[in-house]
Design a protein around this ligand. Structure first.
Ligand code: RIB
Length: 307
């Protein structure tokens, strides 16, 4: 089936908004508290589904209200959540997000059930995974499971898009098995061993990541745009200028929409443009899954900026 399988994390985001973050030992008053569905895996599934891709989610939640809220949010976005297991004796993952007035954030994750996504769970669901045309992965589930999925997908010729967030070193033998790797500037710097500050340094980093065996590398540079590199060449997508409210899940929106566009047969240039536009809309709104635009909004946005 022409569909995407996302295997990854589901978190409830506990968002505390304040003018600034406190210093060590300091107590300050915040202005707002929000409980919002998030988690990089679930976010990317929602973004892909809203962009029109038939999408299924595989992951783990606890038997609690947070878990129920996450499956509700997936279902509202049209994501098939039959592959999300409800585990006993463990809490649903959470992310406590300190959000400053500038829109910048600091996040502390408590993985909970996300830490229990195992190769056995993947095997049990494989007959449905193998029908999909693309697998999206991030790094909020155990590395052992990520490596297992990448190897199994490669053996079954299913392209894997890995978003290397949150970053930690990847085993070298995985690179040649990854079709598309999407990293932000910090992640790209760690993976390539090069400083990444602008378009030129991002291109150099993308080339060195591809030299490890990845087919296509995309490096997102926030307000500076995004660059894609593969054997056919490189492509730079400038960012769209918007008023930033909250940058949470901008990267997830980019990844989910990019994947949906590729699945729909759009060109690389179109896919990068739609992904950037959707991410630009997402940063103008509060929260993770709550900020992701419907496809029609992406089209309207592009029309409004004359693109
Ligand atoms: O990428 C944003 C996400 O990172 C948040 O939704 C939070 O849950 C963390 O996983």
């Amino acid at each position: 089936m022409n569909s995407i399988t996302v295997i990854g994390s589901l978190n409830i985001d506990i968002v505390v908004r304040s003018a600034r973050v406190p210093n060590t030992g300091e107590t300050i008053a915040g202005t707002e508290l929000h409980i919002i569905p998030g988690g990089k895996g679930a976010n990317q599934a929602v973004a892909a589904s809203k962009a029109g891709a038939p999408t299924r989610m595989i992951g783990c939640i606890g038997n609690d209200a947070f878990g129920q809220e996450l499956t509700r949010s997936l279902s509202l976005a049209g994501v098939n959540s039959e592959g999300v297991s409800i585990l006993q004796g463990v809490t649903t993952g959470t992310a406590t997000i300190l959000l400053e007035e500038t829109g910048e954030n600091r996040i502390i994750i408590v993985p909970g059930a996300n830490g229990q996504v195992t190769p056995q769970q993947i095997d049990a669901l494989w007959s449905s995974v193998v029908e999909s045309k693309m697998i999206l992965l991030q790094m909020e589930i155990p590395l052992e499971t990520i490596a297992y999925i990448i190897k199994k997908a490669s053996a079954n010729k299913i392209p894997v898009l890995l978003n290397t967030a949150p970053i930690y070193p990847l085993p070298e033998d995985l690179y040649p098995l990854i079709h598309t790797l999407v990293a932000n500037e910090t992640e790209a710097a760690l993976l390539s061993g090069r400083s990444v500050t602008d378009q030129a340094t991002a291109l150099a980093a993308a080339k060195s990541i591809c030299a490890k065996g990845v087919n296509t590398c995309i490096i997102t540079l926030g307000a500076q745009g995004a660059i894609l590199y593969n054997q056919t060449g490189s492509l730079f997508q400038p960012s769209f200028k918007v008023k930033v409210v909250d940058t949470t899940a901008a990267g997830d929106t980019f990844v989910g929409v990019y994947a949906a566009c590729v699945l729909a047969g759009r060109t690389t240039a179109e896919s990068m443009k739609f992904a950037s536009a959707a991410a630009a809309i997402a940063v103008t709104r509060l929260g993770a899954q709550t900020s992701m635009p419907a496809w029609q909004e992406v089209l309207q946005f592009l029309g409004s900026v004359g693109d």
